[in-house]
Design a protein around this ligand. Structure first.
Ligand code: NAD
Length: 731
């Protein structure tokens, strides 16, 4: 069955309806373009047809975008010359959209047929690039709909004409948030911004579009008129010059040059602005091909789109009946508990939020009120929504309020004794089926589970701070955790619309296990006399949101020192971070406790703004005369994390490399352009990665020693995704 069908009515309007079979939202595939092209040819050549309306058969949406899997297929099917294959494919797409845009006009812009897009709702990616080629865009007044071009978020850019058309339509400056940041708008805001032309009541959508195509409108696009001038000016116009110079500086400042797609997008915009429209499309296609050929884009699409979605849909969910949560208990209304209560109440659950004192519980609940107030100010929430959400939260000190809860998450102090007491207390008030979860970040789940008579119903659900912003949730199975507890945790994470990974219990689980070495490597370098700015900037130029020293300041030296002491006590002679401790304990002794204290590796002003690195640091650790080169610093920071990820796989903490990659990007911002640590090692190739590790181990110590798994893969010439890719598998 074809995804596109056409009906011609008695007034001469051809209605083309897009309806991808078996999907809740339309997605474009290769056949879709062929079918759409054929229908457009038919309508344009039929004298009885006066105009065309393109719409969707899905309620509340036009299209979710391109099926990104087909990009991989396009490359594979192009044989020896994948770049040519991609370029040819893109130019064919451009021809279809250009045909829509020209509407059958001759060279003098005469004789065409108007084509309107009628969007019942969400229109993303190619689902907005097609409307951009039409002559007028109507959208139903559907506040939940999202309109825009989010491609940049997965490491590509709008390459089906969206870049060239949006810049020609709005000007480079106005288009930049939509192209460079992938900002989406609801229909009303999309109209205000100039993305679409009309917002109409949903039940009038088709009729209004029909009336418009029958009204003999002018359909020549501004860029097809003689004397067209780009809004805001092309690059050599005085104001355009300012825009382009500013945009280039902004993009390079924000991305540190670490995201190839942002640079390519900017080149396509700049070069395209200097030439006629059809040449600009060709330039866009060339840059898009360049990006699709870059291993970074495939890795980002794989991790941030395909695998992220697979994990969200329960790729690693055990077979168990629906475990959706109705009533949740949250114990501890501090920073984490307050956030967990917020996201749970927003997802419609009944929440009981418990703390030791009523004031503490109330304070925890007021976090939701403050959050909703901010949402109301920004037009994202309403008073009614706020009242409903708050109504779902009972803040109390009374444990009997937990009766009937099917999931309880504790987020009390990080103390095994306190947690055990709380666990026992909770279990006296809930039913036998209730799953108990701990949000601990450092204590072993298997040990904490001993406080329960039902360890198979005990699990780790590890959130990151701030809960409402951080999209990853790390689910940790204790030795005895059963499948229903895992299913419960996964169903809960799905309800709160976050991305889960499921790992096994081991020191620091997966995420903190990899983040801590990153922070430690930064501090080791400080002790060696490497310039602090070199350390943090090397990380930022790799695409990390913050460098290791800045991150230590953010998370606090106090916490670092506490973790270091506890780890040392637990590991005894195996502890290998004494040189890091020297820096941490000295900083702690100097009262440099981090950003909250107003002093750490950085100096801060009263408002908490970073001023620069603290002078005392170089007095204690003088800068080495010879500074390492950037690549060495960067390799140390990358390998120290990636090798920890490999060890986590070797040891069975990670069971699925997809989780290792997706988790790394979402939890701590591991250089997103790589697609995650395993994707990065695959880009390097196991033989080269092992060679670099050998050299780093020789120069800097055994923490860089090549893990046996990587050594074996180097010898066999294997990649992680080739070996572990399709099916979840342990090492
Ligand atoms: P917090 O100090 O802000 O909050 C802890 C709350 O628990 C306090 O309100 C306290 O009054 C309450 N509490 C203590 N004992 C209690 C008891 N017996 N009964 C009821 N309430 C009790 O701490 P936080 O930062 O929210 O961390 C809580 C947990 O989450 C810890 O296990 C921590 O390791 C973990 N965690 C924290 C972060 C983070 O970034 N802060 C991230 C992930 C996990």
């Amino acid at each position: 069955m074809t995804d596109f069908t056409m009906e011609k009515d008695a007034d001469g309007v051809a209605i083309i309806t897009w309806d991808t079979e078996g999907k809740s939202m339309n997605v474009m595939n290769q056949q879709g373009f062929i079918d759409l092209d054929a229908l457009i040819d038919d309508a344009l050549s039929d004298d009885a047809v006066k105009g065309i309306v393109i719409t969707s058969g899905k309620e509340g949406s036009f299209a979710g975008g391109m099926d990104l899997n087909i990009i991989a297929k396009m490359k594979e099917s192009a044989g020896d010359n994948p770049a040519q294959g991609l370029m040819d494919g893109l130019m064919q797409t451009h021809a279809v959209l250009r045909k829509i845009e020209r509407g059958g006009m001759d060279e003098r812009n005469k004789g065409g047929k108007p084509i309107a897009a009628a969007l019942p709702g969400t229109a993303l990616g190619i689902g907005f690039e097609i409307p951009l080629a039409c002559h007028r865009i109507f959208a139903a007044d559907n506040p939940k709909a999202k309109i825009g071009l989010p491609e940049i978020m997965v490491g590509i850019f709008p390459g089906m004409g969206g870049t060239t058309r949006l810049v020609r339509k709005m000007g480079a400056m106005a288009a930049s948030p939509f192209l460079l940041e992938g900002k989406l708008r609801d229909p009303k805001k999309a109209k205000q911004a100039g993305l679409i032309d009309e917002v109409v009541p949903a039940d009038e959508l088709l009729e209004r579009a029909r009336e418009w195509v029958l009204s003999e409108p002018d359909i020549v696009k501004p860029w097809d008129e003689k004397g067209y001038k780009m809004p805001g000016g092309a690059p050599y116009h005085p104001t355009g010059f300012m825009t382009f110079v500013g945009a280039s500086a902004m993009v390079n400042g924000k991305t540190q040059g670490a995201f190839p797609a942002a640079k390519a997008l900017l080149s396509a915009v700049y070069e395209g602005a200097l030439v006629p429209f059809d040449t600009a499309l060709k330039i866009e296609a060339r840059w898009f091909t360049n990006i699709l050929m870059n291993p970074s884009s495939s890795a980002m699409i794989r991790s941030l789109f395909i695998n992220k979605e697979a994990l969200e849909k329960g790729a690693n969910r055990p077979d168990a009946p629906d475990q959706r949560v109705k009533k949740i208990g949250v114990i501890g209304a501090g920073m984490m508990g307050a956030g967990i209560a917020l996201v749970s109440a927003m997802a419609g659950m009944e929440v009981v939020l418990i703390d030791q004192k009523q004031e503490a519980a109330d304070r925890g609940k007021s976090y939701t009120a403050d959050y909703m107030d901010k949402g109301i100010k920004r037009g994202k929430a309403t008073e009614q929504k706020k009242a409903e959400t708050l109504d779902r939260i009972t803040a109390t000190t009374v444990y009997s309020a937990l009766a009937g809860a099917d999931l309880v998450i504790e987020a009390v102090f990080e103390d095994a004794g306190v947690k055990a007491e709380v666990t026992k207390e909770v279990l006296q008030h809930v039913g036998d089926d209730c799953i108990f979860a701990t949000n601990t970040s450092t204590l072993p789940i298997t040990e904490l589970a001993k406080a329960s008579d039902n360890p198979e119903q005990f699990i780790g659900i590890h959130f990151f701070s701030p809960v409402e912003k951080m999209m990853l949730v790390e689910i940790i199975k204790g030795r005895e955790t059963g499948p229903r507890a895992v299913a419960k945790a996964l169903d809960y994470v799905r309800q709160i619309r976050k991305t889960p990974i499921v790992v096994n219990d081991a020191r620091f689980f997966y995420c903190n296990r990899c983040i801590i070495p990153y922070l430690n490597e930064g501090m080791r370098m400080v002790a060696e006399g490497v310039a602090p700015a070199l350390i943090d900037n090397a990380a930022r130029q790799l695409g990390f949101p913050v460098g290791p020293l800045q991150l230590v300041d953010e998370t606090s030296i106090e916490l670092g020192a506490k973790i270091a002491r506890a780890t040392k006590a637990a590991m005894g002679d195996d502890y290998a971070d004494a040189d890091v401790d020297e820096v941490i304990f000295w900083m702690e002794g100097e009262g440099r406790l981090g950003r909250k204290a107003g002093k750490g590796f950085f100096e801060y002003d009263e408002k908490g703004k970073r001023l620069g690195y603290w002078d005392g640091l170089s007095a204690k650790y003088p800068l080495a005369k010879e500074q390492p080169d950037l690549a060495t610093v960067q390799h140390r920071l990358m390998f120290v994390q990636a090798l920890e990820a490999v060890r986590a796989l070797e040891e069975g903490v990670l069971e699925d490399i997809r989780e290792g990659d997706v988790g790394a990007i979402l939890a701590w911002g591991f250089a997103p352009w790589t697609g995650g640590p395993f994707s990065w090692l695959d880009m390097l190739g196991a033989p080269y990665a092992a060679e670099r590790c050998d050299a780093l181990a020789e120069a800097f110590g055994p923490r860089f020693a090549t893990p046996a798994l990587l050594r074996e893969m180097a010898q066999k010439g294997q990649g992680f995704y080739a070996r572990f890719g399709q099916e979840p598998a342990a090492a």
